[in-house]
Design a protein around this ligand. Structure first.
Ligand SMILES: Nc1ncnc2c1ncn2[C@@H]1O[C@H](COP(=O)(O)OP(=O)(O)OP(=O)(O)O)[C@@H](O)[C@H]1O
Length: 242
């Protein structure tokens, strides 16, 4: 489980995250939703250590990420897998080399071991036959799947996905959503997904927090979010026509 407590972040005096607390459960797809510019990506960056919040805590199974000893921080970082928006693949590396990259930089395994592990992950996302292709030779949906394979190659406990569906056609988006959900359950990971795609929220939203102007306005799940009675959420949903 990941717990965030009283997380706050400002840029040049402008508050972007305002005292946010939430729990993200193990084995679940935990979603962070909200309109553009409401602080979703900043929240994720504070959780994974790309940005430092002014106040608050991020606890990884009880370990205080912002205050822990360097060794513990390193350990937690190794337990994270991140699927960045757009996949963020290296254009000059093959699909296999992209998936292998975390193993190349963070482990002392042999090339054979690393290739075997990377191939297992490529198989898991149904792309073993694309291992030797370059990113320029594969579709957007395949790139996302390569990104997922890379995110799980270190067997993470925590998976973070920033808009995993952006730029995909609806059918491919559904497949990516289900893949993330299945992998979350299989690996029993704590998964955090940022999205403003309401179809995804309905499919994957076992646990949802809704942000507006840097504040957590509501939390619940896909069964309850259409009947929240919270004006800000209802207004947000009305703009999404769902
Ligand atoms: N490094 C930064 N410096 C200054 N302001 C920033 C920085 N990063 C984000 N912001 C601001 O923080 C606010 C929240 O941004 P954030 O990227 O978290 O939004 P978001 O909810 O993820 O939006 P979107 O769905 O459009 O990606 C925005 O107003 C953004 O301009």
């Amino acid at each position: 489980m990941i717990e965030i407590k009283g997380l706050s972040k400002s840029f040049n005096g402008r508050v972007v995250l305002d005292d946010i607390s939430a729990n993200f459960q193990q084995g679940k797809t935990n979603m962070v939703i909200g309109g553009s510019g409401t602080g979703k990506s900043v929240l994720l960056k504070c959780m994974i250590g790309i940005l430092v919040p002014e106040r608050g805590k991020v606890l990884y199974d009880g370990r205080d990420f912002l205050k822990a000893h360097q060794d513990v921080v390193k350990e937690i970082r190794r337990e994270m897998g991140v699927l960045f928006q757009g996949g963020a693949l290296f254009d000059s590396k093959s699909v296999l080399e992209n998936v292998r990259f975390p193993l190349d930089t963070l482990t002392s395994q042999t090339l054979e071991e690393k290739n075997a592990q990377a191939m297992l992950c490529l198989q898991r996302v149904g792309l073993e036959s694309a291992a030797l292709l370059m990113p320029s030779e594969i579709s957007g949906g395949m790139k996302k799947r390569v990104g997922i394979a890379r995110a799980i190659v270190m067997n993470p406990k925590y998976l973070f996905c920033d808009e995993p569906n952006s730029g995909l056609d609806p059918l491919t988006a559904v497949k990516i959503d289900y893949l993330i959900q299945e992998i979350t359950q299989e690996y029993n990971m704590t998964t955090v997904v940022i999205s403003h795609d309401m179809n995804s929220v309905m499919r994957m939203g076992e646990s949802i927090i809704f942000l507006k102007d840097g504040k957590k306005i509501w939390e619940g799940n896909s069964d309850t979010f259409h009947h929240s009675g919270v004006p800000e959420l209802e207004e947000f949903l009305s703009t999404k026509l769902v």
